[in-house]
Write a protein that binds this ligand. Structure first.
Ligand code: ZN
Length: 465
């Protein structure tokens, strides 16, 4: 198909699109193949957010020192939510790591990237503990690895090990901590996963506690207006000041006037643990519109297949423009993340009543420390919202279907599920600019308006850790 000489083969185009839109040159062919394989016409399924959650208990600490964190669970990272705790190891390596419960070693991985040296222990309660960036594997575990490496004659390895081979007792000395893989300083990356689903659970809900009497800090609030049902404009962003009592308010005043009835909210916030200077991720937040709860977000667990949806949860354009992680308090229709509950109208507010709406944000950590911020949004003499895509684009691509774009130079097919929102799509080309000696063909440029960057969903991410 589409192999005519004047046209570019489609996967190449998808690569081009992907790299242009997301600025991510890594593992493109893998991700394209994965997206490409997903041509289902079913709606993306979101797990039932109201299903009862189970958080296993009875674990011991993996270290002999008090747990202090440099990274919290669910923290916002590039292309993923942090799937574990980053436990400080006093700036040292080779601290003794202990199994947090009885079980057996189910996997040993050795890599110069990502998790580095990592150990996985499956427990009889249906959960797996993960210990990453470690230096060495102790005793029989180390012997098993050495034999596997001799067999394969490869240093890098990923061994899946059946039950019965390497049984483990709770508290057993299993490894020494380190700084291997993609790790900037010595620490232990520690996870609790559901063995079957690979959902990472928040260890702070599984009995691992960290002293925390510090409420989150709210840095910015944001107000978005919409062009269409789901395409939003760049937000108005307001820096916040602390009012005392863990309350925050925009420096510029708390009344925001908009000219469109369809409005979404955003926030930039961090959390700290007692006695620490690190800025960590928040655990949860709620948004109220005139005292009605319209949005709840909580990182109690992150299914592996959903972690990429971080790029839909945040304002992706601002992140790419190096303005940090602004979290949206409304949900793009193609966002599969299951961390939302008690959401009304996707978190989107309707100001067509012409009234001032009092908005209250509550941001909290696992320990229950909470900060609040207030804002009033209004649209005086506002007409009911009418979607208006505006001009300056060539084709409206729908998040809810497969999309196809073609002109005399290019053919693009976007599989179902690639987009989180509709896209106002534009294609143009240019030749080499002065001084660009490494350009051998026309350069194709694809973008959307009004945001000139978009995010794509894919199923795996090698940068996750
Ligand atoms: Zn980590």
């Amino acid at each position: 198909m589409m192999m005519m000489n004047s046209r570019v083969v489609l996967p190449v185009l998808f690569t081009l699109l992907y790299s242009l839109l997301s600025n991510e040159p890594d593992s493109l062919s893998t991700s394209i193949a994965k997206i490409w394989g997903n041509t289902t016409t079913e709606a993306p399924s979101r797990p039932d957010p109201n299903a009862p959650r189970v958080f296993p208990q009875g674990f011991r600490s993996p270290l002999d020192i008090p747990i202090r964190l440099s990274g919290s669970f669910g923290e916002l990272r590039n292309n993923h939510f942090h799937g574990g705790l980053d436990i400080k190891t006093e700036s040292r390596e080779n601290l003794r790591i202990h199994a947090v419960a009885d079980g057996y070693v189910s996997r040993i991985a050795v890599s110069p990237r990502g998790y580095g040296n990592a150990l996985y222990i499956d427990h009889p309660n249906g959960y797996t503990s993960v210990y990453a960036h470690i230096n060495t594997f102790e005793g029989a575990i180390g012997d098993y690895l050495k034999q596997a490496q001799y067999r394969s004659q490869e240093f890098e390895t990923d061994e899946k090990i059946p039950p019965g081979v390497l049984p483990i007792m709770q508290g057993q000395f299993i490894a020494k901590s380190g700084n291997t893989g993609s790790s900037g300083a010595p620490h232990l990356h520690f996870e609790i996963r559901d063995t079957n689903t690979e959902e990472a659970l928040n260890p702070l809900l599984c009995g691992f506690s960290v002293p925390d009497q510090v409420a989150p800090r709210i840095d910015q609030l944001a107000v978005y207006t919409f062009k269409t049902d789901n395409i939003y404009n760049s937000p108005q962003v307001f820096n916040c000041k602390a009012l005392g009592g863990n309350a925050y308010s925009p420096v510029s005043g708390s009344v925001v006037t908009v000219k469109t009835a369809r409005v979404g909210l955003g926030i930039k916030a961090f959390d700290k643990f007692s006695g620490e200077t690190n800025l960590n991720g928040i655990f949860g937040m709620k948004v109220y519109d005139n005292n009605q709860l319209i949005y709840t977000f909580e990182v109690d667990g992150i299914p592996f297949s959903e972690t990429r949806c971080l790029n839909s949860h945040i304002d992706y354009k601002r992140k790419q423009d190096e303005q940090g992680f602004l979290q949206k308090c409304f949900i793009d229709p193609g966002n599969r993340l299951s961390c939302y509950k008690d959401v009304i109208n996707q978190g989107i507010i309707n100001l067509a009543d012409g009234q001032a709406h009092r908005i209250r944000y509550e941001v909290y950590d696992v320990a229950g420390n909470q900060s609040t911020a207030q804002l009033t949004v209004q649209c005086p003499s506002c007409a009911p919202f009418v979607p208006n895509e505006g001009t300056g684009f060539q084709q409206l691509l729908r998040y809810s279907s497969e999309n196809y774009f073609s002109n005399d130079q290019i053919e693009l097919r976007f599989p179902y599920g690639a987009f989180y929102t509709d896209i106002l799509f534009t294609h143009s080309t240019r030749g080499a600019a002065k001084g660009e000696t490494n350009v051998y063909s026309r350069i194709h440029k694809v973008l959307q308006r009004p945001n000139t960057r978009t995010e794509l969903f894919r199923y795996t991410d090698k940068t996750r850790h």
